[in-house]
Design a protein around this ligand. Structure first.
Ligand code: YH5
Length: 257
């Protein structure tokens, strides 16, 4: 899954892909590099980021989704109105950092054929990194995702449409993030695909001392660990580099010759 930020303040694409044509070109480049899904986001959910208005978010993402017919698009949003309009514009998946806890969000997804990524977070993007605390992070995140999966099933969303995500960096310290990655295999018990979003995140900067623009090698290493422990979808900025790392793993462990 290639990340397409359609936000002027976005940490990596800052203002560059603001226009529809530039965003679509970037999306096609991500596909060319090996992305199977393009994750379109119109609102930054980075720690401390400010919320954007509904109209603004719609104006950012809808023209891009409409222009990406033929490409599997997911929408990174927690707003039911954006989900609804995005699905109507052709999005195949809703990537909801709120895990369909909003009743309207649940209704819109259950009334569609879209897939959904249910992500764990603690707190809100504005405050989540202030004092993250868990008694035991792995079972807590796992229980939450199990409960959200059951709620989605009860609402009529088929098993085949559900993906789970521990939500790296969303109300978690470095120790919590490492504990989740170390024990990612435990999430296989939920019997749905696991999505991992580690690309360029602060936890990688905390370990390497690198700023966001220089976290590609760390991101690729983290992505490789995640797939080896059960992730089947990787949400990444650096699609080519990540795909190359997967090819090496494949050649060694799945025997190309
Ligand atoms: C995710 O993990 N993350 S947006 C801070 C950074 C770098 C990157 C500079 N949406 C996820 O990518 N959706 C985001 O430090 C997501 N899983 C899913 N499903 C945050 C992000 C980022 C934040």
């Amino acid at each position: 899954m290639g990340i397409l930020n359609v936000t002027p303040d976005s940490f990596s694409d800052g203002g560059l892909y603001n226009q529809r044509d530039a965003a679509v070109r970037r999306a096609m480049q991500l596909v060319e590099e090996g992305a199977d899904i393009i994750d379109v986001g119109g609102e930054s959910t980075r720690p401390g980021a400010l919320p954007v208005g509904l109209q603004e978010e719609l104006e950012r993402v809808l023209p891009v989704i409409e222009a990406l017919k033929g490409v599997a698009v997911s929408i990174d949003t927690f707003k039911p109105e954006v989900m609804k309009a995005g699905i109507a514009a052709g999005a195949a998946m809703i990537n909801d950092i709120d895990a369909l806890q909003d009743r309207d969000a649940m209704k819109i997804v259950s009334g569609s054929n879209a897939a959904v990524c249910l992500m764990h977070k603690q707190g809100s993007p504005q405050t989540m990194q202030h004092q993250p605390a868990y008694r035991d992070v792995v079972p807590e995140v796992k229980r939450f995702l199990q409960a959200r999966k059951e709620a989605a099933l009860a609402a009529g969303i088929a098993h085949e449409r559900i993906v789970i995500d521990p939500g790296f960096g969303f109300g978690k310290t470095l120790a919590h993030n490492l504990e989740l990655l170390r024990n990612l295999e435990e999430f296989r018990e939920l019997r749905v695909p696991i999505l991992a979003g580690l690309s360029r995140k602060s936890m990688l900067g905390q370990i390497t001392g690198q700023d966001a623009q220089h976290r590609m090698p760390a991101s690729v290493a983290a992505a490789l660990i995640a797939v080896q422990r059960g992730a089947s979808i990787l949400r990444v900025h650096d699609v080519r580099a990540t795909a190359d790392a997967m090819k090496i793993w494949d050649a060694v462990d799945r025997g190309m010759t």
